[in-house]
Each structure stands twice: as C-alpha cells, then as structure tokens.
Design a protein around this ligand. Structure first.
Ligand code: TXA
Ligand code: MG
Length: 317
C-alpha cells in the first residue's frame, strides 16, 4: 500500500481504482474511511474482507449532495430538514432505501434502509467526483480496533489489501459521524458522534429519542458491546491509577507513575474527541497493559467520547 499526497493525478488514479473495484482509503472530517464503489458488490465484499468485519454490519454510503442522496433513499420531512441543516458534515442519516437504488445489497446488509452522509472534507469530495459513484466507506480500521485519524493508522492496519491511502493529515473531528434514524418523523439516535444530539435538537427543533442502549441495538451494529477496542485493558472513571498504569487524562491530570496522555488539559470536549483514537493507539504502540481513564463529563461531545470508551472497556470475546 502507498500513502500518497492527493495531487490531481493521484485523485484521478484513485477514482479509476475505485471504478475498477479496488479499495482506496481517504480522509474525511470525522475519521479515515475505507472506500469502495457502493454499486459494486464484489468491491464492497472487499471492504468486509479487509476489515474482517461481520457481514451483517451495514455500511455508510457517501455522496456529494442531497440530490444524489435522494436518488438512493426516501427523505421524509424530518430527514430533509436534517440534511439541509447539517450536510455537508459529520451527520449520517438513515432513510428508507429507494427500491430502484443501484446499491449493492451488501452495503445495506439486506436492510430496507440505507445510511448516507455528505462529507465535508475536500479530499473525500474530490474522490467522490473523480470516481463518479457513491462510496461505501466504513472507518478504515480492522474490525473491533480503534478508528484511524491519521493516514499512517490506516497503513498500520492494512497490508496490500488497500492500494492507496490518500493523506489528508489529522482528521478534524477524530470521532465518527452521528447516526440518526430518520425513517419516520420521530428521529432516533443510533450512534452518538461528532455532532451532539443536543446540537441537532437545537438546530432542527425536533426531539431525538436516545435508543443507544435498548431495543435499537440490533439495527446499528456499531453498537455491539466491544467495538472500539485498543489492545490494552481499559478501566473507566479512575481516580487512583495502579502503580505504573497508563492514564488517559482529561482536564487537570491526576498523579501517575505510568505513561500519561491528556485528551485536553484545558477540559475542552471537542479537542478531547479529536485526540481520542490517536491516544488509544499511542498507548498500544507503547505496549501498555492497562489504561486508567479519568472521568469525562457526559454532556455535548462527552456523550460520544464516553460511548466509545465504554465499548473500549467492554468485555472482549
Ligand atoms: O464518520 C463516519 O461515519 C465514518 C467515515 C469514514 O465517514 N464512517 C463510518 O462508517 O463510521 P461505519 O460503516 O464504520 O459505521 C456505520 C454505522 C454503524 O453504526 C452501522 O450500524 C450504522 O452506521 N448503519 C449503517 N447502515 C445502517 C442502517 N441501514 N440502519 C441502521 N444503522 C446503520
Ligand atoms: Mg468503525
């Protein structure tokens, strides 16, 4: 695999690779994505194979704008309002799939719904333009590992199964898009993410049902228990780390004899989200056995950060 700067020639080559059924990893404003032509079942199967991901996990389809999205799914008024307010940007909207949509069934895992988002990142948009097709793109990490926020994270997870990683530097949000079920006018939060539910409620004037830990679980397999897991053991809400234990700090750090990474010394949740996955990877790279995580406030982006950390701390199978 080659990590490449996205010159015009490289983007054209990447678009051609996508059209030929290959995988190209690219930066988005949330995390790096592993992209394939969403209309090509074999290419999409290549994503599952490369990630080692269970096939029942539906993937997010990336398109250039709402007009393109409307050829693939049916937008109710509530869904349209979300799209008009937050696209392009880190919001994924689940709508009823259009029966005539030329999308591989593997992408939607056989569901009658489809998850779509319009990315903001110029390199993601350039790849959409160069390939001319909707891009199925989950986060570009091996299944169950933390999401990549740098091109070299992608390179570390995949060998030659991915031909090109387009290098866009550090992913801005550092945490995945928020996923909202908008198949009906009652919006449901399926995955907390880069835009907080409060922000969405404030901007649209619509209530969002939080279903993260109840019956919606099977519908959004991103919610499987141990998902965003580093190799190290993770302990949450720690006030006193064990001797030598690594510490993932937030705000004013606690005393520790082990490796310390502070997500945000000033206690800024946006900065903490952007640093989260890279920090977990840095602990793994350093070979630590256990990470003590200080408590992180649960408002705003803290909800998404705590969601990912809770998964990272969940029992492994
Ligand atoms: O930020 C992001 O969204 C990144 C970047 C690369 O765009 N992509 C990403 O995709 O995180 P992925 O495939 O790793 O996450 C897909 C999430 C999962 O939680 C999945 O269960 C949910 O979206 N999802 C996809 N299709 C769905 C559907 N039809 N109904 C319900 N949930 C769906
Ligand atoms: Mg992922």
């Amino acid at each position: 695999m080659a990590v490449m700067m996205p010159t015009q020639a490289v983007l054209e080559q990447s678009g051609a690779l996508i059209c030929a059924g290959h995988l190209v990893a690219f930066p988005t404003e949330t995390v790096y994505g592993l992209g394939a032509d969403a209309t090509n079942g074999e290419a999409v199967a290549g994503i599952f194979a490369a990630k080692g991901r269970p096939q029942f996990n539906p993937l997010i389809v990336h398109v250039l704008d709402l007009t393109a999205a409307e050829t693939l799914g049916e937008f109710q008024p509530a869904a349209r309002k979300l799209a008009e307010t937050f696209w392009p940007g880190p919001l994924t909207i689940v709508v009823r799939r259009n029966a005539r949509a030329k999308i591989s069934d593997l992408v939607t895992a056989g569901l009658e719904t489809i998850a779509m988002r319009v990315p903001q990142h110029p390199i993601a948009r350039a790849l959409l333009t160069a390939s001319g097709c909707p891009l199925a793109a989950p986060s570009a990490n091996r299944s169950g590992k933390v999401s990549p926020t740098l091109a070299r994270h992608v390179a570390a997870d995949f060998g030659d199964t991915v031909s090109i990683v387009l290098d866009g530097g550090a992913a801005h949000h550092g945490i995945e898009s928020t996923v909202i079920d908008a198949t009906t006018d009652q919006l449901v939060l399926l995955r907390s993410g880069a835009i907080s539910a409060e922000t969405i409620e404030r901007a649209t004037g619509q209530r969002i049902t939080r279903s993260l830990h109840d019956d919606y679980r099977p519908n959004s397999p991103g919610q499987l228990a141990s998902h965003y897991a580093p190799a190290a053991k993770v302990r949450l809400n720690v006030e006193r780390p064990a001797p030598g234990e690594a510490v993932l700090a937030f705000g004013r750090a606690i005393d520790s004899t082990g490796m310390v990474i502070n997500l945000s010394p000033s206690g800024n949740l946006t900065e903490a989200a952007a640093n989260l996955f890279a920090s977990l990877r840095a602990f793994d790279d350093a070979g630590v056995n256990s990470i003590a995580v200080m408590s992180i406030p649960n408002h705003g982006l803290g909800e998404a950060i705590n969601d990912r950390l809770t998964r990272a701390a969940a029992p492994r199978f």
